[in-house]
Ligand binder design. Structure first.
Ligand SMILES: Cc1cc2nc3c(=O)[nH]c(=O)nc-3n(C[C@H](O)[C@H](O)[C@H](O)COP(=O)(O)OP(=O)(O)OC[C@H]3O[C@@H](n4cnc5c(N)ncnc54)[C@H](O)[C@@H]3O)c2cc1C
Length: 422
């Protein structure tokens, strides 16, 4: 075996901790540097709504979630598939189960038991975790500068893994300050932008005040050929929720093309709005065909108001009815026109919500900067993994899967590199 080397893992989220585990298991001395007072805060936050580790769908479908132009990340995930992540979690004692949606969770749902067991294991493997150590850049000697509570320090390990995360929820630690430092050092970075985030809609005051916090349930949302079923929450500034997140990649593209979403060059901050517009359509009754809905609406109305009649005949709840009115124009009386309106309510999106509350980040370290082993091509011995790389995926477990898969690839690459550099 290779003589033990000093390895720095910078960033103590799941990508960093997983790399640390693999490298330490191979007998190297690993130090994790984390800027926050404790590691993996975003993982803990992810566990609040149920830690969706991965998804049980067939791997062919799973891999399509990373988008048509994502060959690199797809290949990495194919070599560390969901079964490998599930085995690892089960091995840690965080036994998993598959929900009715096909999503895979630890039985405890929360991330904290899994994280506790993981940190214990890392301790047993001899991994040192230095918290409150903020990576501040490269030193002229080829090492790393850190800001610590005891002042600035510099270290020069034999190899380094960067796992600094994306730009969402910066208060949990990942503020993407690295993006500017990397770009200045000649490492290409694709501008960061919010992914899996809400959208902005200029609701009328009356709609906003009555329905903020209400859910639009069992709907289908469409934009530019994408359709997503699920629910969306009406917020003060627009819509949030899984179904809307799925439309974000095309919405971002279109808004950006119009200049309505401008990106701070590399700082990871989204976005001023100018005069945006992208129209999504909401199908309030995706489970019923338009003709069948029109038949229901063709029944005699007797003395009921049109609104009451529609509510009952089409089984619409108050937020759904209000959304139809919010979309403008008076309600058509003709049953076919009414059915068409219910199945295709136009809603104008004026921008994307701030990256501060996005679930994840699009953009990041450009794949052209990386070897197949995820080593930074022009910086031998420096590797990168996790959300700081340029890939994007919907919610459903695809984010953590790619995070762990890229960590595995980088860790194995680093082991090979350490062996060859001996
Ligand atoms: C609310 C929410 C819910 C989510 N739910 C899920 C889910 O259910 N399923 C799923 O698959 N994904 C989910 N995600 C996404 C998932 O948590 C991330 O994709 C994952 O944490 C990325 O891991 P990472 O290690 O690459 O980055 P991070 O988890 O962001 O870790 C990066 C670490 O680097 C540290 N760091 C940053 N800069 C520095 C620096 N200069 N010096 C030292 N340390 C630094 C940060 O403090 C952080 O600890 C969720 C995200 C959010 C915000």
């Amino acid at each position: 075996m290779t003589a033990a080397k000093d390895v720095a893992v910078i960033g103590g989220g799941p990508a960093g901790l997983f790399t640390a585990e693999i490298i330490a298991r191979a007998g190297h001395r690993v130090t994790v540097y984390e800027r926050m007072p404790s590691p993996a805060r975003k993982l803990l936050m992810a566990g609040r709504g149920g830690l969706n580790l991965t998804h049980s769908e067939p791997i062919e479908n799973f891999l399509t979630r990373y988008g048509s132009e994502a060959d690199k990340v797809r290949a990495v995930v194919a070599s560390f598939p969901p079964s490998a992540l599930i085995d690892w979690a089960n091995g840690l004692g965080a036994e998993t189960f598959t929900g009715s949606s096909g999503r895979v969770f630890p039985r405890a749902m929360k991330a904290s038991p899994l994280l506790r067991a993981w940190l214990r294991r890392l301790g047993e493997l001899g991994v040192t975790i230095k918290t409150r150590h903020r990576w501040a850049g490269f030193t002229p000697e080829g090492g790393h500068a850190f800001e610590t509570p005891d002042g600035a320090i510099a270290v020069k390990p034999d190899a380094t893994l960067f796992a600094l995360g994306g730009a969402s929820w910066p208060k949990l630690g990942s503020d993407a300050a690295w993006a500017e430092t990397f770009a200045s050092a000649g490492i290409p970075v694709t501008p960061l932008a919010a992914a899996n985030c809400g959208v902005l809609i200029d609701w009328s005051e009356i709609f906003r005040s009555r329905f903020e916090g209400s859910a639009l349930k069992r709907i289908a949302l469409s934009y530019a050929g994408d359709t997503a079923r699920g629910e969306a929450i009406i917020t003060r500034t627009g819509l949030e929720g899984g179904a809307i997140y799925a439309l974000v990649p095309h919405l971002r593209e279109s808004l950006r093309a119009q200049g309505s979403v401008s990106l701070a060059a590399l700082g990871g901050r989204l976005a001023e709005r100018e005069s945006p517009s992208a129209i999504i359509t909401v199908d309030l009754k995706p489970d019923i065909e338009e003709a069948a809905l029109a038949d229901r609406l063709a029944k005699p109305r007797a003395k009921e108001t049109l609104t009451n009649f529609i509510r009952k005949a089409a089984h619409l709840d108050p937020p759904q009815l209000a959304l139809i009115r919010e979309a403008g124009a008076s309600l058509p009386e003709d049953p076919s026109a009414l059915a068409a309106r219910i199945k295709s309510v136009p809603v104008t999106v004026t921008g994307l919500a701030s990256i501060e509350r996005a679930i994840s980040t699009a953009g990041g370290m450009d794949w052209t900067a990386l070897t197949d082993d995820l080593m930074i091509a022009n910086r031998p011995g420096l590797f990168a993994a996790g959300e700081m790389l340029d890939w994007e995926a919907p919610t459903g477990g695809y984010l953590l899967q790619a995070t762990f898969a890229t960590a595995t690839r980088a860790a194995n690459g680093m082991l090979r590199w350490l062996a060859s550099a001996t």
